[in-house]
Ligand binder design. Structure first.
Ligand SMILES: N[C@@H](CCC(=O)N[C@@H](CS)C(=O)NCC(=O)O)C(=O)O
Length: 208
């Protein structure tokens, strides 16, 4: 049965289109535009899932939400492709980075976005939040300096999950040559044909 991806422009749901392109699974994209004033998703997304957020995937009568849950679901229906490596350490890293991307890395990045929008009111918190985010960035840089992909020697769903926070982080925190492993990894993922194919299907995406 066809996979339907509910995708919001300029958002973390771009990862799901990329992953489906990597897996070569047929899918249909339903695109949603942000409200230009509030940047929120349109009410139509609430008809798909009560939270009204993207991404949401529909498949086989199921409605699957949460960016970290969807890749696991897709790995399962793709017979394990882009799943965890066979070695125990690699498998643990795979699961860890799937959770870490949204659970730990995104919150300080989101905070820095909100604080940036608050103007002078946000200034007192800016240094604290930037330091918190940079602690994560330095940690990720050290992980990527040890291996080419997040789980190990092979590209996997863990790389797909880590893309959005690092793309957003590169913009918000102005990552440069002092984080060479992250920058090189971003260039490697952007050069993948499946990444570009996902971009072409998804419409506006300001982070690539
Ligand atoms: N933890 C959720 C977060 C979902 C989420 O906040 N999605 C954003 C896309 S970047 C969204 O739909 N924003 C629009 C809105 O909140 O109205 C996930 O990873 O799927």
């Amino acid at each position: 049965m066809a996979i339907i991806v509910h995708h919001l422009e300029n958002s973390r749901s771009q990862r799901i289109l990329w992953m489906l392109e990597e897996l070569g699974l047929p899918y249909e994209v339903r695109r949603y535009e942000r409200n230009p004033k509030t940047m929120l998703a349109p009410p139509a997304l609430k008809q798909v899932h009560p939270l009204g957020k993207a991404p949401v995937v529909e498949h086989d009568g199921r409605v699957v939400a949460e960016t970290a849950t969807i890749p696991e679901y897709l790995v399962a229906i793709a017979g394990g492709r882009l799943g965890p490596p066979e070695d125990a350490d690699g498998a643990l890293r795979w699961r860890y980075f799937l959770d870490y991307a949204e659970g730990s890395l995104m919150p300080p990045l989101l905070l820095s976005l909100v604080i940036g929008k608050m103007g002078p009111l946000g200034w007192p918190a800016k240094g604290f939040v930037t330091r918190m985010a940079m602690t994560h960035i330095d940690y990720v840089e050290s992980e990527l300096s040890q291996r080419p992909w997040f789980a190990g020697t092979d590209f996997s769903a863990a790389d797909v999950m880590m893309s959005f926070p690092l793309e957003a982080g590169r913009q918000r925190l102005k990552l440069d040559g002092r984080r060479p492993s992250i920058v090189a990894w971003l260039e490697r993922i952007h050069a993948r044909p499946a990444y570009q194919a996902g971009l072409a299907k998804g419409g506006p995406y300001a982070y690539a």
